[in-house]
Design a protein around this ligand. Structure first.
Ligand SMILES: CC(C)(COP(=O)(O)OP(=O)(O)OC[C@H]1O[C@@H](n2cnc3c(N)ncnc32)[C@H](O)[C@@H]1O)[C@@H](O)C(=O)NCCC(=O)NCCS
Ligand SMILES: Nc1ncnc2c1ncn2[C@@H]1O[C@H](COP(=O)(O)OP(=O)(O)OP(=O)(O)O)[C@@H](O)[C@H]1O
Length: 196
C-alpha cells in the first residue's frame, strides 16, 4: 500500500486539507488524534508519562494537555522524551490500521515527519504551508490561545522553507478554495505516479 505523509506547521491547515482528501475517497490517519487517544488509553504510556512529568500529567484521569504543552514546547529534551514514549506505540497502531485499508493510497497526517527524520517511512510527502500571521490567527481563533503560545510551538518546528525542499508536493493554504484545487491536482499526480 502506498503511504503518503501529510505534514505542515501548526495551523497550516493539515487536518482541513486531510478532510478534503477524505472526500476524494482516500483513507486518512491522523497521528496526533491517535497519539492522544493512546495517551488516555494505554496504561503503559500513562505510567511512563507520570514518571516523566509527575502526577499532573493527568487530571481526572484525562491527559492534562495545558500542563503538558507548557512543559514540552519550552524544553526540547522533554519533548523528545515524550515522543520516545508515545511515537513507537502510534507506529504500531498505524501498521495495524494500514493492513485493514483497501485503496490506491492512504494519507497519514503527522506534524513532525521531517523534525524526526521519518521521511523514509513514506512513499510521497505533501507539505501544507500558509503565511505565518494567518497560521497564528487561525490557531488563536480555534483554540482560544495566545500568539506567544503559538510562536513557542512554531519555534520547535522546522521552517516551512526547509520542509518544502524535502517534499514531493506542496499545498499553499492561504485561501481554502485555492488549496482544494491544488489538492485535486496532487491527488491526480499521485494516482498517475502509482499507476505508471
Ligand atoms: C502535548 C499535548 C498534550 C498538547 O496538546 P494541545 O492540545 O495543547 O496542543 P496540540 O496538540 O494542538 O499541539 C499544538 C501543535 O504542536 C504540534 N505537536 C503536537 N505534539 C507534538 C510533538 N510531540 N512534537 C512536536 N510537535 C507536536 C501539533 O501538531 C500542533 O501543531 C499534545 O500536543 C500531545 O498530546 N502531543 C503528543 C502527541 C503527539 O506526539 N502528536 C504528534 C504526532 S505527529
Ligand atoms: N484556508 C483557510 N482559511 C481559513 N481558515 C482555515 C483555512 N484552513 C484552515 N483553517 C482553519 O484554521 C484552523 C487550523 O486548521 P487545521 O486545524 O486544519 O490546522 P492544522 O495544521 O491541522 O493544525 P495543528 O497543527 O494545530 O494540528 C482551523 O480552525 C481551520 O478551520
Amino acid at each position: 500500500m502506498v503511504v503518503v505523509g501529510l505534514t505542515g506547521g501548526i495551523g497550516s491547515g493539515k487536518t482541513t486539507i486531510l478532510e478534503y482528501f477524505k472526500t476524494l475517497g482516500i483513507p486518512v490517519y491522523i497521528a496526533d488524534v491517535e497519539a492522544k487517544a493512546l495517551m488516555n488509553r494505554s496504561k503503559i504510556i500513562k505510567r511512563k508519562l507520570i514518571d516523566l512529568f509527575g502526577e499532573e500529567a493527568y487530571k481526572n484521569n484525562r491527559l492534562n494537555k495545558p500542563y503538558l504543552s507548557s512543559k514540552i514546547f519550552n524544553n526540547r529534551e522533554l519533548l523528545s522524551k515524550m515522543n520516545a514514549i508515545v511515537h513507537p506505540k502510534v507506529a504500531s497502531h498505524f501498521k495495524r490500521w494500514l493492513k485493514k485499508q483497501n485503496a490506491d493510497y492512504v494519507i497519514k497526517e503527522a506534524a513532525i515527519i521531517f523534525e524526526n527524520q521519518l521521511q523514509n517511512q513514506y512513499d510521497f510527502i505533501i507539505t501544507v504551508v500558509a503565511d505565518e500571521d494567518l497560521r497564528i490567527q487561525r490557531v488563536i481563533n480555534r483554540d482560544q490561545t495566545t500568539a506567544e503560545k503559538v510562536k513557542s510551538v512554531i519555534k520547535n518546528q522546522l521552517l516551512d522553507a526547509e520542509k518544502v525542499k524535502m517534499s514531493d508536493f506542496v499545498i499553499i493554504n492561504n485561501d481554502l478554495d485555492d488549496a482544494k484545487k491544488q489538492a485535486v491536482k496532487v491527488h491526480k499526480k499521485i494516482l498517475q505516479k502509482i499507476k505508471s
